[in-house]
Structure formats: structure tokens, C-alpha cells
Design a protein around this ligand. Structure first.
Ligand SMILES: [Zn+2]
Length: 377
């Protein structure tokens, strides 16, 4: 490491230490990180000027001497907004630098490809800013998550058949938003929000079971995109040769067998109603659910054979799956060519309702934490 790298490393270590401890004195930081007091002082001044930490005379000195100054980490020194756009709703979220949710708003609104809808999107952003009482200069940006594959540049929807957003640009979505924006594939956002909150998992496939099936893959905590942007499109692996038609134009993909509408369509389009009736012993729904789990077990087994990684079940179904994990695991274990127990690698998602929106916002937080301290002085 050269001198600039060492300085940067020191700054990051001091900030990380304060994030972990919440509060510490200059002397404690110097002692625990084995740094000189002038180095610690210089960096604390820098972090204070960025507004990332505060200092107060808070620590009680029982010996009766002068109270040392304590420096505190400020979780909401910066915040990020996330939007989850789907066919029938807009979810907005505000998170702090720890990824904690400050505000979450759900709105039922059908997606439309027109200017009025773009104004509504910007309105949702302004609404949540007002509701959370955010200071504008603290907002890192708005992560806009949409169904559809996003081009490597992050500037447009490369394949957007699910909600007719094919070819739409980041600038279009952000047309009425006066903030920094990023356009993000919804499954990638959801997977990111899971992996970042799972310190024990470093290699994982996130399977999003929503009205369409998507996914994302993380290798050593980093998203793997593949060369053609199609990696993790688990929904289009083939389940039944010449089977049910899929929206992609092929037949027999997993999607028409394992998307959430297979279930919600049995209950007036409402998944809550489906699981409610299932839990109340509806025999017809029990059979449909059993068949659904058979298909899902096949999908999970194939993903496990390809990646050998942890697998996280997310999306709409991930919100309901906890209770049925033993049933699903039993089906998967029967299919395992290596007699392994799926409980070792299969997990229900942690974020039940807001994974996509928070994952979209987390991209800004991660970028901030990676780069904000890198300004040379
Ligand atoms: Zn397909």
C-alpha cells in the first residue's frame, strides 16, 4: 500500500469502528486500532465535516476529571430511497446507512407506459420525503427497481416484457425526479438486500417467485451477471418438454408452473386468500399447493446442482414459505443425487415485503460506503 492507500484505510477503519461501536473516544479508537492520536484526530475532523459523526461530552468520567469527548456514528447521516415498480403497485422506502427502514409506503397503482405514470412515480418520491421529514441534501439517490433486464450501462431496460417497459430509459423513469437515480433489475435488488443482511452467506442464488420468476446469483458477495445478461433467469429453465406456454414464447418453462399466479388465480388473484384457505384445510388448494411444491423442489434441486451454493426463496411466495419449509425440504431431499439435506443450504428470504425496494435503495448506500471516504485531502 502506498501512503494514500494507508490514509484511506485508516479513515475507513475509524469509520467502521464507530459504526460497530456506536460511540467511542479518540483515545479508545487510537488504542483499539493501533493508530496515533494525531491520525485519529485528523480523520475524526474529516468525518465530522462530512456530517457522518457527531461529538459530544457524553462519557461519564467517574474519576472526576475532565469528561473526554465521545464521537458517535450517525446512522441517518445519509439516507436512500428505493422504488419497487410492478404491474399493480408502487412501493417506496427510505433506509438509513445501516439499511434500517425509516419509512415504507405501499400504493396500489397499475403500471402504465405514459407521462402521467412518470409524474405519479415522482409524486411517490416527494410523498415519502415529506412523510419521513427528510433533508434533501442527505438523500443519496433513488434506486428504481423494475421487472425486466437492465443493460450493463444501467441506462435502459434491455428486455422488459413483464410490464411493457422494453427499451425504457433510466432518464425516462426519472423524468420528474430531481434526484440522482439508478435503474435496477428487481430480482437483483431483492437478492442484494438478502445477501447484504446475511453475513454468513457469501455464495447464493436468490430465486424470486412472483407473478414471473426471476433470480440473481452472488459469488463472494458480488452479483454475477454473466456475459449475456440472462444469468439467473431460472424461470426459463425447462421443466416439461413441450409443456405449458411461457410468456417468453417457449413451452414448458418453470415460469408457468411456479409463478405466484398459479396460486393466486385460485383465490381471486389474492395470495393472502390462497394461503388463508389452504391453512383452513381447503382440499383442492392443498393438492394445487402440493403440486406447486413438487415443481419448486425440482427447480431448487437443479439450481443446487448447477451452483452448489446457498439458495434463498424470495419474491411473493418467499413471504409465505416459512411455514412450509419442512414440506418443501422433504421433497427436495428425496431428489438429491448426493443424499444431502436441503436444510443446510435452503433458506426463506428475510425481507418479506420490501426486499426489492430496500435492495434498490441499498445500492446507493453501498456505493456511498465504498466511495464517500475516498476523497483525498
Ligand atoms: Zn420461458
Amino acid at each position: 500500500m502506498n501512503i494514500a492507500d494507508i490514509k484511506m484505510d485508516n479513515r475507513k477503519r475509524i469509520y467502521s469502528y464507530l459504526r460497530e461501536q456506536g460511540q467511542a473516544t479518540k483515545q479508545e479508537i487510537a488504542y483499539h486500532l493501533q493508530l496515533s492520536l494525531p491520525t485519529v484526530t485528523q480523520n475524526l475532523t474529516y468525518l465530522s465535516e462530512l456530517g457522518l459523526i457527531s461529538c459530544e461530552n457524553k462519557v461519564v468520567n467517574r474519576a472526576g476529571g475532565r469528561n473526554p469527548v465521545a464521537y458517535s456514528y450517525i446512522p441517518d447521516a445519509r439516507v436512500a430511497i428505493g422504488l419497487d415498480i410492478t404491474r399493480h403497485h408502487i412501493k417506496s422506502i427510505v433506509i438509513d446507512l445501516d439499511g434500517q427502514i425509516i419509512k415504507y409506503v405501499y400504493r396500489r397503482k397499475d403500471y402504465q407506459r405514459n407521462d402521467d405514470y412518470l409524474k405519479i412515480l415522482a409524486g411517490e418520491v416527494e410523498n415519502i420525503i415529506a412523510m419521513a421529514g427528510l433533508e434533501r441534501e442527505k438523500i443519496l439517490g433513488v434506486g428504481i427497481a423494475v421487472p425486466g433486464l437492465i443493460d450493463r450501462t444501467g441506462e435502459y431496460v434491455y428486455d422488459g416484457r413483464v410490464i411493457d417497459n422494453d427499451g425504457m430509459t433510466r432518464a425516462e423513469f426519472a423524468k420528474y425526479m430531481n434526484l440522482k437515480t439508478k435503474l435496477i433489475h428487481d430480482s437483483a435488488a431483492a437478492g442484494f438486500s438478502e445477501i447484504i443482511r446475511s453475513p454468513d452467506i457469501h455464495n447464493a442464488c436468490y430465486v424470486s417467485l412472483g407473478s414471473s420468476i426471476g433470480g440473481s446469483v452472488f459469488i463472494h458477495d458480488k452479483a454475477y451477471l454473466g456475459d449475456g445478461l440472462f444469468s439467473c433467469e431460472f424461470g426459463h429453465l425447462n421443466l416439461v418438454p413441450d409443456g405449458l406456454p411461457c410468456y417468453c414464447g417457449q413451452k414448458g418453462c418453470f415460469d408457468p408452473y411456479c409463478n405466484s399466479e398459479v396460486l393466486s388465480n385460485q383465490a381471486n388473484g389474492d395470495l393472502f386468500t390462497f394461503f388463508d384457505r389452504l391453512n383452513n384445510g381447503d382440499e383442492k388448494l392443498r393438492k394445487i399447493w402440493d403440486t406447486y411444491l413438487d415443481h419448486l423442489a425440482t427447480l431448487i434441486t437443479e439450481i443446487r446442482m448447477m451452483f452448489g451454493s446457498s439458495i434463498i426463496i424470495g419474491g411473493d411466495i418467499g413471504s409465505f414459505i416459512d411455514k412450509y419449509m419442512p414440506q418443501l425440504q422433504a421433497k427436495i431431499d428425496k431428489k438429491s443425487p448426493f443424499s444431502e439435506k436441503s436444510a443446510r443450504f435452503l433458506y426463506p428470504c428475510r425481507n418479506k415485503m420490501e426486499a426489492i425496494a430496500s435492495g434498490a435503495a441499498l445500492h446507493f448506500v453501498q456505493e456511498f460506503l465504498d466511495t464517500a471516504l475516498e476523497t483525498t485531502d
